[in-house]
Design a protein around this ligand. Structure first.
Ligand SMILES: [Zn+2]
Length: 85
């Protein structure tokens, strides 16, 4: 008996987002704070959120990542609600 249809793998949809903690001080600008008084770089040991879009990479400090993840959580909750889950 074939169970292939029952074992359909769950698609991972969050592959464009991950967390990195650099080990070098190579300058990486925080995408949320690029200019002005709050401008800063992500340096060695700065755990931060990385979002890749096509061939572009955006890095966000934990402060900015919180808002992004809160929004993503709200979007996921809305999708669940629409599906009655
Ligand atoms: Zn920042």
């Amino acid at each position: 008996m074939h169970n292939e249809e029952l074992q359909m793998p769950t698609k991972a949809v969050l592959r464009h987002i991950h967390v990195e903690t650099p080990r070098t001080n190579h300058p990486r600008k925080c995408a949320a704070h690029r200019s002005g008084k709050k401008a800063h770089s992500l340096l060695s040991g700065d755990c931060h959120l990385v979002i890749t879009e096509d061939d572009k990479t955006y890095r966000y400090c934990a402060d900015a990542a919180k808002d992004i993840l809160d929004k993503a959580q709200a979007d996921l909750d809305a999708l669940r609600q629409q599906l009655g889950l």
